[in-house]
Design a protein around this ligand. Structure first.
Ligand code: TYD
Ligand code: MG
Length: 455
Protein backbone atom coordinates (compact mmCIF):
# COMPACT_ATOMS: atom_id res chain seq x y z
CA UNK A 1 0.00 0.00 0.00
CA UNK A 2 1.12 3.51 -0.63
CA UNK A 3 2.34 5.03 2.54
CA UNK A 4 2.79 8.75 2.87
CA UNK A 5 4.82 9.91 5.81
CA UNK A 6 5.74 13.50 6.34
CA UNK A 7 7.74 15.37 8.94
CA UNK A 8 10.13 12.67 9.96
CA UNK A 9 13.40 13.68 11.54
CA UNK A 10 16.56 11.69 10.92
CA UNK A 11 19.91 11.80 12.65
CA UNK A 12 22.36 12.45 9.81
CA UNK A 13 25.08 10.56 11.64
CA UNK A 14 23.43 7.24 12.41
CA UNK A 15 20.02 7.36 10.78
CA UNK A 16 17.98 7.40 14.01
CA UNK A 17 14.38 8.18 13.17
CA UNK A 18 12.19 10.39 15.28
CA UNK A 19 8.80 12.03 14.99
CA UNK A 20 10.09 15.23 16.54
CA UNK A 21 13.29 17.21 16.49
CA UNK A 22 15.81 16.49 19.23
CA UNK A 23 18.96 18.30 20.26
CA UNK A 24 20.92 15.15 20.91
CA UNK A 25 20.52 11.85 19.13
CA UNK A 26 19.62 9.06 21.59
CA UNK A 27 21.26 6.57 19.21
CA UNK A 28 24.74 7.96 18.67
CA UNK A 29 24.75 10.93 21.08
CA UNK A 30 25.62 13.37 18.29
CA UNK A 31 24.44 16.93 18.91
CA UNK A 32 22.35 18.92 16.52
CA UNK A 33 22.29 16.16 13.93
CA UNK A 34 18.54 15.92 13.34
CA UNK A 35 17.24 17.09 10.00
CA UNK A 36 13.67 17.04 8.84
CA UNK A 37 13.15 14.98 5.73
CA UNK A 38 9.93 14.46 3.86
CA UNK A 39 9.56 10.75 3.29
CA UNK A 40 7.14 10.01 0.53
CA UNK A 41 7.28 6.52 -0.76
CA UNK A 42 5.95 5.59 -4.14
CA UNK A 43 3.11 3.15 -4.33
CA UNK A 44 5.28 0.37 -5.71
CA UNK A 45 5.01 -1.40 -2.36
CA UNK A 46 8.47 -2.95 -2.48
CA UNK A 47 9.13 -2.21 1.12
CA UNK A 48 10.06 -5.75 1.93
CA UNK A 49 13.55 -6.41 0.72
CA UNK A 50 13.97 -9.89 -0.52
CA UNK A 51 17.56 -10.73 -1.28
CA UNK A 52 17.40 -14.38 -2.15
CA UNK A 53 14.85 -14.79 -4.90
CA UNK A 54 11.63 -16.59 -4.06
CA UNK A 55 12.43 -18.02 -0.66
CA UNK A 56 8.97 -17.58 0.77
CA UNK A 57 8.82 -21.08 2.23
CA UNK A 58 11.13 -22.08 5.09
CA UNK A 59 13.73 -24.66 4.06
CA UNK A 60 16.34 -26.77 5.80
CA UNK A 61 20.01 -26.13 5.30
CA UNK A 62 20.30 -29.32 3.28
CA UNK A 63 17.75 -28.11 0.77
CA UNK A 64 19.68 -24.97 0.00
CA UNK A 65 21.74 -25.43 -3.11
CA UNK A 66 25.14 -23.88 -3.05
CA UNK A 67 27.67 -23.66 -5.73
CA UNK A 68 31.21 -23.05 -4.55
CA UNK A 69 31.40 -19.27 -4.97
CA UNK A 70 34.67 -18.42 -6.50
CA UNK A 71 36.36 -15.31 -5.29
CA UNK A 72 37.90 -12.95 -7.77
CA UNK A 73 41.24 -11.40 -6.92
CA UNK A 74 41.25 -7.61 -6.99
CA UNK A 75 44.87 -7.68 -8.08
CA UNK A 76 45.91 -6.11 -4.79
CA UNK A 77 46.94 -8.58 -2.11
CA UNK A 78 46.33 -6.04 0.67
CA UNK A 79 42.74 -5.43 -0.43
CA UNK A 80 42.08 -9.14 -0.95
CA UNK A 81 43.19 -9.81 2.60
CA UNK A 82 40.79 -7.24 4.04
CA UNK A 83 37.97 -8.63 1.91
CA UNK A 84 38.67 -12.07 3.36
CA UNK A 85 40.45 -13.56 0.34
CA UNK A 86 39.10 -11.69 -2.66
CA UNK A 87 35.94 -10.29 -4.16
CA UNK A 88 32.77 -12.34 -3.61
CA UNK A 89 30.37 -12.14 -6.57
CA UNK A 90 27.00 -10.71 -5.61
CA UNK A 91 28.26 -8.89 -2.55
CA UNK A 92 27.89 -5.25 -1.62
CA UNK A 93 30.96 -3.58 -0.14
CA UNK A 94 30.98 -0.13 1.42
CA UNK A 95 34.26 1.77 1.28
CA UNK A 96 34.11 4.68 3.71
CA UNK A 97 36.58 7.40 4.60
CA UNK A 98 37.26 11.10 4.77
CA UNK A 99 37.13 13.04 1.51
CA UNK A 100 40.46 12.99 -0.31
CA UNK A 101 41.80 9.91 1.45
CA UNK A 102 41.97 7.86 -1.77
CA UNK A 103 38.70 5.93 -2.12
CA UNK A 104 38.18 6.80 -5.78
CA UNK A 105 41.84 6.10 -6.50
CA UNK A 106 41.87 2.61 -5.01
CA UNK A 107 38.62 1.61 -6.71
CA UNK A 108 39.85 2.89 -10.04
CA UNK A 109 42.96 0.79 -9.56
CA UNK A 110 40.81 -2.23 -8.74
CA UNK A 111 38.87 -1.65 -11.98
CA UNK A 112 42.13 -1.47 -13.90
CA UNK A 113 43.43 -4.72 -12.37
CA UNK A 114 40.16 -6.55 -12.91
CA UNK A 115 39.90 -5.38 -16.49
CA UNK A 116 43.45 -6.54 -17.12
CA UNK A 117 42.37 -9.97 -15.91
CA UNK A 118 39.42 -9.93 -18.31
CA UNK A 119 36.70 -9.17 -15.73
CA UNK A 120 34.15 -6.67 -17.04
CA UNK A 121 33.72 -3.67 -14.74
CA UNK A 122 31.62 -0.53 -14.66
CA UNK A 123 32.74 2.62 -12.87
CA UNK A 124 29.91 5.04 -12.14
CA UNK A 125 30.89 8.46 -10.89
CA UNK A 126 28.47 11.02 -9.59
CA UNK A 127 31.24 13.38 -8.54
CA UNK A 128 33.67 13.69 -11.39
CA UNK A 129 33.34 14.29 -15.10
CA UNK A 130 34.60 11.74 -17.58
CA UNK A 131 37.51 14.07 -18.34
CA UNK A 132 38.53 14.17 -14.70
CA UNK A 133 38.34 10.40 -14.49
CA UNK A 134 40.52 10.13 -17.58
CA UNK A 135 43.11 12.43 -16.04
CA UNK A 136 43.22 10.37 -12.88
CA UNK A 137 43.36 7.14 -14.89
CA UNK A 138 46.34 8.48 -16.82
CA UNK A 139 48.28 8.75 -13.56
CA UNK A 140 47.41 5.22 -12.56
CA UNK A 141 48.31 3.36 -15.74
CA UNK A 142 46.82 1.83 -18.85
CA UNK A 143 43.30 0.50 -18.86
CA UNK A 144 41.92 -2.20 -21.13
CA UNK A 145 38.49 -1.87 -22.71
CA UNK A 146 36.90 -4.22 -20.20
CA UNK A 147 36.28 -1.27 -17.92
CA UNK A 148 33.53 1.19 -18.82
CA UNK A 149 32.92 4.60 -17.29
CA UNK A 150 29.75 6.51 -16.74
CA UNK A 151 28.81 9.79 -15.11
CA UNK A 152 25.38 9.43 -13.64
CA UNK A 153 23.49 10.24 -10.49
CA UNK A 154 20.11 8.80 -11.32
CA UNK A 155 19.71 5.45 -9.68
CA UNK A 156 17.15 4.24 -12.21
CA UNK A 157 19.61 4.90 -15.04
CA UNK A 158 22.36 3.10 -13.17
CA UNK A 159 20.09 0.16 -12.45
CA UNK A 160 19.15 -0.08 -16.13
CA UNK A 161 22.75 0.12 -17.27
CA UNK A 162 23.91 -2.55 -14.88
CA UNK A 163 21.06 -4.82 -15.94
CA UNK A 164 21.86 -4.24 -19.61
CA UNK A 165 25.64 -4.37 -19.55
CA UNK A 166 25.84 -7.01 -16.84
CA UNK A 167 29.34 -6.24 -15.52
CA UNK A 168 30.94 -8.55 -12.97
CA UNK A 169 31.98 -5.66 -10.74
CA UNK A 170 30.49 -2.17 -10.45
CA UNK A 171 31.71 0.87 -8.51
CA UNK A 172 29.30 3.56 -7.30
CA UNK A 173 31.25 6.71 -6.43
CA UNK A 174 29.70 8.00 -4.20
CA UNK A 175 26.43 6.92 -2.62
CA UNK A 176 25.86 10.45 -1.32
CA UNK A 177 25.52 11.82 -4.83
CA UNK A 178 23.03 9.19 -5.98
CA UNK A 179 19.44 10.16 -6.41
CA UNK A 180 16.48 7.84 -6.26
CA UNK A 181 13.58 9.59 -7.99
CA UNK A 182 11.04 7.81 -5.84
CA UNK A 183 12.24 9.70 -2.80
CA UNK A 184 11.60 13.38 -2.62
CA UNK A 185 14.43 14.41 -0.32
CA UNK A 186 17.78 15.69 -1.54
CA UNK A 187 20.71 13.44 -2.51
CA UNK A 188 22.89 12.69 0.49
CA UNK A 189 20.01 12.68 2.97
CA UNK A 190 19.43 9.67 5.16
CA UNK A 191 16.40 8.40 3.29
CA UNK A 192 18.05 8.81 -0.14
CA UNK A 193 21.24 7.07 0.92
CA UNK A 194 19.33 4.27 2.58
CA UNK A 195 16.91 3.65 -0.26
CA UNK A 196 19.63 3.82 -2.91
CA UNK A 197 21.66 1.26 -1.02
CA UNK A 198 18.72 -1.06 -0.70
CA UNK A 199 18.11 -0.88 -4.46
CA UNK A 200 21.78 -1.65 -5.11
CA UNK A 201 21.68 -4.52 -2.63
CA UNK A 202 18.80 -6.15 -4.47
CA UNK A 203 20.56 -5.61 -7.77
CA UNK A 204 23.75 -7.20 -6.47
CA UNK A 205 21.97 -10.29 -5.17
CA UNK A 206 19.69 -10.66 -8.17
CA UNK A 207 22.36 -10.33 -10.80
CA UNK A 208 25.40 -11.63 -9.01
CA UNK A 209 27.26 -8.40 -9.67
CA UNK A 210 29.66 -7.28 -7.00
CA UNK A 211 29.15 -3.63 -6.10
CA UNK A 212 31.55 -1.30 -4.33
CA UNK A 213 29.85 1.73 -2.78
CA UNK A 214 31.90 4.77 -1.82
CA UNK A 215 30.65 6.66 1.24
CA UNK A 216 32.14 9.88 2.53
CA UNK A 217 32.45 10.35 6.25
CA UNK A 218 31.47 13.85 7.24
CA UNK A 219 31.88 15.62 10.50
CA UNK A 220 29.34 18.34 9.99
CA UNK A 221 26.46 16.01 9.25
CA UNK A 222 25.52 17.86 6.08
CA UNK A 223 25.24 14.56 4.25
CA UNK A 224 24.38 11.23 5.77
CA UNK A 225 27.44 9.30 6.86
CA UNK A 226 28.18 5.70 5.87
CA UNK A 227 27.23 4.58 9.37
CA UNK A 228 23.64 4.73 8.25
CA UNK A 229 24.33 1.89 5.82
CA UNK A 230 26.65 -0.32 7.80
CA UNK A 231 23.95 -2.80 8.73
CA UNK A 232 22.65 -3.15 5.17
CA UNK A 233 25.80 -4.03 3.28
CA UNK A 234 27.86 -7.26 3.37
CA UNK A 235 31.21 -5.72 4.05
CA UNK A 236 32.33 -2.38 5.45
CA UNK A 237 35.86 -1.15 4.86
CA UNK A 238 37.18 2.13 6.20
CA UNK A 239 40.10 4.01 4.77
CA UNK A 240 42.10 5.69 7.51
CA UNK A 241 45.26 7.66 7.74
CA UNK A 242 46.48 11.15 8.05
CA UNK A 243 45.81 12.95 4.81
CA UNK A 244 49.20 14.61 5.10
CA UNK A 245 51.13 11.40 5.65
CA UNK A 246 51.67 9.15 2.67
CA UNK A 247 50.36 5.87 3.98
CA UNK A 248 46.75 4.76 4.20
CA UNK A 249 45.18 1.94 6.16
CA UNK A 250 42.19 0.01 4.93
CA UNK A 251 40.41 -1.58 7.86
CA UNK A 252 37.64 -4.15 7.75
CA UNK A 253 34.85 -3.24 10.19
CA UNK A 254 32.24 -5.74 9.12
CA UNK A 255 32.59 -8.71 6.81
CA UNK A 256 30.01 -11.37 6.10
CA UNK A 257 32.60 -13.35 4.14
CA UNK A 258 35.69 -13.23 6.30
CA UNK A 259 37.34 -12.00 9.42
CA UNK A 260 37.21 -8.34 10.38
CA UNK A 261 40.06 -6.50 12.07
CA UNK A 262 42.36 -7.33 9.19
CA UNK A 263 44.13 -4.31 7.78
CA UNK A 264 45.70 -3.47 4.46
CA UNK A 265 48.46 -0.90 4.26
CA UNK A 266 48.98 1.34 1.23
CA UNK A 267 51.17 4.23 0.33
CA UNK A 268 49.90 7.14 -1.76
CA UNK A 269 52.35 7.80 -4.57
CA UNK A 270 52.43 9.91 -7.68
CA UNK A 271 50.95 7.05 -9.66
CA UNK A 272 48.24 5.92 -7.28
CA UNK A 273 48.23 3.69 -4.23
CA UNK A 274 51.04 1.19 -3.80
CA UNK A 275 50.78 -1.78 -1.47
CA UNK A 276 53.04 -1.88 1.55
CA UNK A 277 53.84 -5.54 2.04
CA UNK A 278 55.92 -5.03 5.14
CA UNK A 279 54.23 -2.38 7.29
CA UNK A 280 56.54 -2.81 10.29
CA UNK A 281 59.57 -1.73 8.31
CA UNK A 282 57.59 1.19 6.99
CA UNK A 283 56.34 2.30 10.42
CA UNK A 284 59.78 2.14 11.97
CA UNK A 285 61.61 4.07 9.29
CA UNK A 286 63.01 7.36 10.56
CA UNK A 287 63.20 6.24 14.17
CA UNK A 288 65.47 8.41 16.31
CA UNK A 289 68.64 6.74 17.57
CA UNK A 290 69.43 6.57 21.22
CA UNK A 291 66.53 8.77 22.25
CA UNK A 292 64.86 8.46 25.62
CA UNK A 293 61.12 7.87 25.61
CA UNK A 294 61.15 5.84 22.39
CA UNK A 295 60.11 2.18 22.54
CA UNK A 296 59.09 -0.27 19.82
CA UNK A 297 55.84 -2.09 20.53
CA UNK A 298 54.18 -4.97 18.74
CA UNK A 299 50.47 -4.93 18.07
CA UNK A 300 48.44 -7.57 16.25
CA UNK A 301 46.19 -6.29 13.51
CA UNK A 302 44.10 -9.30 12.62
CA UNK A 303 46.55 -12.06 11.91
CA UNK A 304 49.42 -9.72 11.26
CA UNK A 305 51.91 -8.41 13.82
CA UNK A 306 52.87 -4.77 13.27
CA UNK A 307 55.76 -3.06 14.99
CA UNK A 308 55.32 0.60 15.84
CA UNK A 309 57.35 3.14 17.68
CA UNK A 310 55.77 4.57 20.81
CA UNK A 311 57.12 7.92 21.90
CA UNK A 312 56.64 9.58 25.20
CA UNK A 313 57.71 12.90 26.60
CA UNK A 314 57.46 13.46 30.32
CA UNK A 315 58.50 16.78 31.81
CA UNK A 316 57.73 18.90 34.84
CA UNK A 317 54.51 20.79 34.58
CA UNK A 318 54.38 24.52 34.95
CA UNK A 319 50.64 24.55 35.53
CA UNK A 320 48.46 23.46 38.41
CA UNK A 321 46.94 20.65 36.40
CA UNK A 322 49.40 18.58 34.32
CA UNK A 323 48.83 18.40 30.59
CA UNK A 324 48.36 14.98 29.02
CA UNK A 325 47.86 14.11 25.40
CA UNK A 326 47.64 10.80 23.57
CA UNK A 327 47.98 10.74 19.80
CA UNK A 328 47.13 7.45 18.13
CA UNK A 329 45.90 5.69 21.25
CA UNK A 330 43.25 5.90 23.95
CA UNK A 331 43.66 8.95 26.16
CA UNK A 332 42.01 7.33 29.17
CA UNK A 333 44.28 4.32 28.89
CA UNK A 334 47.32 6.62 29.06
CA UNK A 335 45.93 8.33 32.17
CA UNK A 336 45.32 4.95 33.75
CA UNK A 337 48.87 3.77 33.06
CA UNK A 338 50.26 7.01 34.51
CA UNK A 339 48.22 6.39 37.66
CA UNK A 340 49.49 2.80 37.88
CA UNK A 341 53.09 4.03 37.68
CA UNK A 342 52.45 6.72 40.27
CA UNK A 343 51.02 4.23 42.71
CA UNK A 344 53.13 1.11 42.08
CA UNK A 345 56.51 2.68 41.36
CA UNK A 346 56.11 5.83 43.44
CA UNK A 347 56.88 8.01 40.46
CA UNK A 348 55.61 11.57 41.03
CA UNK A 349 53.91 11.75 37.65
CA UNK A 350 51.03 13.90 38.87
CA UNK A 351 53.40 16.84 38.78
CA UNK A 352 54.52 16.04 35.24
CA UNK A 353 53.12 16.75 31.80
CA UNK A 354 53.00 13.59 29.73
CA UNK A 355 52.63 13.30 25.98
CA UNK A 356 52.26 9.97 24.21
CA UNK A 357 52.46 9.56 20.49
CA UNK A 358 52.34 6.56 18.20
CA UNK A 359 54.74 7.50 15.44
CA UNK A 360 53.49 7.47 11.88
CA UNK A 361 49.95 8.56 12.73
CA UNK A 362 48.60 5.00 12.97
CA UNK A 363 45.92 4.23 15.59
CA UNK A 364 46.47 1.32 17.96
CA UNK A 365 44.12 0.27 20.70
CA UNK A 366 45.29 -3.23 21.54
CA UNK A 367 46.02 -3.62 25.29
CA UNK A 368 49.28 -5.37 24.30
CA UNK A 369 50.91 -1.97 23.78
CA UNK A 370 50.41 -1.05 27.47
CA UNK A 371 53.82 -2.29 28.56
CA UNK A 372 55.54 -0.40 25.76
CA UNK A 373 53.76 2.82 26.79
CA UNK A 374 54.79 2.22 30.40
CA UNK A 375 58.44 1.74 29.43
CA UNK A 376 58.35 4.77 27.14
CA UNK A 377 57.05 6.88 30.04
CA UNK A 378 59.69 5.51 32.44
CA UNK A 379 62.44 5.99 29.88
CA UNK A 380 61.45 9.59 29.27
CA UNK A 381 60.99 10.33 32.97
CA UNK A 382 64.46 8.98 33.76
CA UNK A 383 65.83 10.40 30.51
CA UNK A 384 67.46 7.07 29.81
CA UNK A 385 67.26 5.58 26.31
CA UNK A 386 66.24 1.94 25.92
CA UNK A 387 68.42 -0.38 23.84
CA UNK A 388 67.11 0.18 20.32
CA UNK A 389 67.12 -3.50 19.37
CA UNK A 390 64.40 -4.19 21.95
CA UNK A 391 60.70 -4.67 21.40
CA UNK A 392 58.08 -4.71 24.13
CA UNK A 393 54.57 -6.10 24.46
CA UNK A 394 52.23 -7.02 27.31
CA UNK A 395 49.04 -5.83 28.96
CA UNK A 396 49.31 -3.92 32.24
CA UNK A 397 46.68 -4.37 34.96
CA UNK A 398 45.67 -1.99 37.71
CA UNK A 399 47.90 -3.64 40.32
CA UNK A 400 50.89 -3.14 38.07
CA UNK A 401 50.91 -6.77 36.98
CA UNK A 402 51.95 -7.62 33.42
CA UNK A 403 49.40 -9.92 31.86
CA UNK A 404 49.73 -12.39 29.02
CA UNK A 405 48.65 -11.44 25.51
CA UNK A 406 47.66 -13.63 22.57
CA UNK A 407 49.92 -14.76 19.76
CA UNK A 408 53.16 -14.02 21.59
CA UNK A 409 55.19 -16.25 19.31
CA UNK A 410 54.12 -14.47 16.12
CA UNK A 411 55.12 -11.17 17.68
CA UNK A 412 58.55 -12.48 18.62
CA UNK A 413 59.08 -13.89 15.11
CA UNK A 414 58.17 -10.52 13.56
CA UNK A 415 60.75 -8.85 15.81
CA UNK A 416 63.35 -11.39 14.74
CA UNK A 417 62.52 -10.84 11.09
CA UNK A 418 63.25 -7.14 11.46
CA UNK A 419 66.57 -7.65 13.22
CA UNK A 420 65.59 -7.08 16.88
CA UNK A 421 67.55 -8.94 19.54
CA UNK A 422 65.65 -8.49 22.79
CA UNK A 423 61.99 -8.92 23.63
CA UNK A 424 60.45 -7.77 26.90
CA UNK A 425 57.21 -9.69 27.31
CA UNK A 426 54.85 -11.02 30.02
CA UNK A 427 56.51 -13.68 32.18
CA UNK A 428 53.66 -16.13 31.55
CA UNK A 429 54.18 -15.88 27.80
CA UNK A 430 57.97 -16.12 28.08
CA UNK A 431 57.80 -19.23 30.28
CA UNK A 432 55.53 -21.08 27.90
CA UNK A 433 57.52 -20.22 24.80
CA UNK A 434 60.33 -22.22 23.25
CA UNK A 435 63.62 -20.42 22.87
CA UNK A 436 64.00 -18.45 19.65
CA UNK A 437 67.40 -18.38 18.02
CA UNK A 438 69.16 -15.03 18.31
CA UNK A 439 66.47 -13.47 20.51
CA UNK A 440 66.80 -12.81 24.22
CA UNK A 441 63.43 -13.22 25.91
CA UNK A 442 62.95 -11.21 29.08
CA UNK A 443 59.82 -12.23 30.96
CA UNK A 444 58.45 -9.63 33.40
CA UNK A 445 55.65 -10.14 35.91
CA UNK A 446 55.16 -6.56 37.13
CA UNK A 447 55.90 -3.03 36.02
CA UNK A 448 58.67 -3.00 38.62
CA UNK A 449 60.33 -5.98 36.89
CA UNK A 450 59.94 -4.16 33.60
CA UNK A 451 61.61 -1.02 34.97
CA UNK A 452 64.50 -3.09 36.29
CA UNK A 453 64.90 -4.88 32.98
CA UNK A 454 65.78 -1.63 31.21
CA UNK A 455 68.05 -0.12 33.84
P1 TYD B 1 40.67 10.59 -4.14
O1 TYD B 1 41.00 9.18 -4.49
O2 TYD B 1 39.90 11.37 -5.12
O3 TYD B 1 39.96 10.60 -2.72
P2 TYD B 1 38.45 10.29 -2.34
O4 TYD B 1 37.81 9.63 -3.49
O5 TYD B 1 38.58 9.40 -1.13
O6 TYD B 1 37.81 11.58 -1.97
O7 TYD B 1 41.99 11.44 -3.85
C1 TYD B 1 43.11 11.03 -3.22
C2 TYD B 1 44.16 12.09 -3.07
O8 TYD B 1 45.37 11.50 -3.46
C3 TYD B 1 44.00 13.34 -3.90
O9 TYD B 1 44.08 14.45 -3.03
C4 TYD B 1 45.16 13.36 -4.85
C5 TYD B 1 46.08 12.30 -4.37
N1 TYD B 1 46.62 11.43 -5.43
C6 TYD B 1 47.98 11.13 -5.44
O10 TYD B 1 48.74 11.58 -4.59
N2 TYD B 1 48.47 10.28 -6.41
C7 TYD B 1 47.67 9.75 -7.37
O11 TYD B 1 48.13 8.99 -8.23
C8 TYD B 1 46.26 10.07 -7.34
C9 TYD B 1 45.34 9.50 -8.38
C10 TYD B 1 45.79 10.91 -6.36
MG1 MG C 1 36.36 10.47 -4.76
Amino acid sequence: MAKAKTNVFFCQECGYESAKWMGQCPGCRAWNSFVEEPVVKAASGKASMRVSGNAAKPVTLEEIETSETERISSGMAELDRVLGGGIVPGSLVLVGGDPGIGKSTILLQVCKNLAAAGVSTLYVSGEESLKQIKMRAARIGTFTNDVRFMCETSLTEIENTITKENPKVAVIDSIQTMCNEEISSAPGSVSQVRESTSVLMQLAKKQGVMIFIVGHVTKEGTVAGPRVLEHMVDTVLYFEGDRHAAYRILRGVKNRFGSTNEIGVFEMREDGLAEVANPSEYMLSGRPENASGSVVACSMEGTRPILVEIQSLVCRTSFGIPRRTAAGTDFNRVNLLLAVLEKRLNMPLSSCDAYINIAGGIRMNEPAIDLAMVLAIISSYQDKPIDEKTIVFGEVGLSGEVRAVSMARQRVMEAKKLGFRRVILPKVSADSMEAVDGIQLIGVATVLDAMRSIS
